[in-house]
Design a protein around this ligand. Structure first.
Ligand code: ATP
Length: 253
């Protein structure tokens, strides 16, 4: 499915946070959003997944007008892995991941064998099999993050929104999570902080500064030392890594 965001404006407490953002995620593309803390990435994503109401603009997933479609219907197509995943009540990992099936069920409908198989599959894909009966609240930040991804996978979405999905994760799990998402082979829009990972996994990237998209393109065309300096106020050297042949970054203040 294709996500098309046009002329999105989002204000919080009368302050304009997202300013006239337009972007496109083509069918099965992995698209990243990069930018400094507080530039508006999460606010923009929240208005795409209906957690915040934009002041102006449109968001379409193929021909579905997301801003005018009920949340349950949207969640049959789109999963979200947000930045903060705290709960006030406890569930096991299995029960948490089963929540991903909710949009596909009627009220009080019980779990089918198919639901259970899908949940087991999502748990396996995120390497959580040994945690299946553990209480979610006892997990580490990184383990919780993977459970939330498993729940998003169990939702069987056609499109995935990720807000810093590798927060809390050690190096191995950062790679595992992004590879796992890439293998889903669906449209993905992800806010990412690690530019090297963004360059490696994204097909296309939008760079955001103070609520506006200031540049976009394929990683090798988009990333320049000037752009990174403008976005993050650091000196940066970019080079082609001789082992991976991907972009590598060195930063200095
Ligand atoms: N509920 C809110 N009330 C007031 N200000 C808010 C609220 N939510 C976000 N903001 C402000 O909007 C701006 C953008 O925040 P946002 O979380 O979208 O940034 P971000 O780019 O996702 O940052 P980060 O990389 O730190 O997650 C920030 O200045 C933030 O303080």
């Amino acid at each position: 499915m294709q996500l098309k965001v046009q002329n999105l404006h989002v204000s919080i407490d009368k302050k304009e946070i997202v300013k006239d953002v337009s972007l496109l995620v083509r069918n099965r593309q992995f698209v990243g959003i990069i930018g400094a803390n507080g530039c508006g990435k999460s606010t923009m994503l929240k208005s795409i997944y209906k957690c915040l109401k934009p002041k102006e603009g449109s968001v379409f997933l193929d021909d579905i007008d997301l801003l005018k479609t009920p949340s349950k219907k949207v969640s049959q197509k789109m999963s979200v892995v947000g930045q903060f995943n705290e709960l006030n009540f406890d569930l096991t990992v299995f029960q948490m991941v089963m929540l991903g099936r909710t949009p596909h069920k009627k009220l009080l409908e019980s779990d089918t064998k198919e639901d259970i198989d899908i949940v087991h599959g999502a748990i396996k894909q995120t390497n959580l099999t040994e945690y299946i009966d553990r209480s979610y609240l006892t997990l580490s930040g990184g383990e919780k993050q993977r459970v939330i991804l498993a729940r998003a996978i169990a939702q069987q979405p056609a499109f995935l929104v990720l807000d810093e999905p590798t927060n809390h994760l050690d190096i191995r799990y950062q790679l595992e999570v992004l590879s796992c998402v890439k293998k889903l082979n669906i449209g993905v829009l992800a806010a990412l902080h690690d530019l090297q990972m963004a360059a490696e996994y994204c097909d296309y990237i939008y760079a955001m500064k103070k609520g506006k998209i200031i540049a976009h393109g394929q990683p090798k065309e988009l990333f320049t030392e000037e752009l990174v300096a403008a976005l993050y106020d650091v000196n940066c050297k970019i080079y082609e890594n001789p082992i991976t042949h991907n972009l590598s970054f060195v930063y200095q203040i």
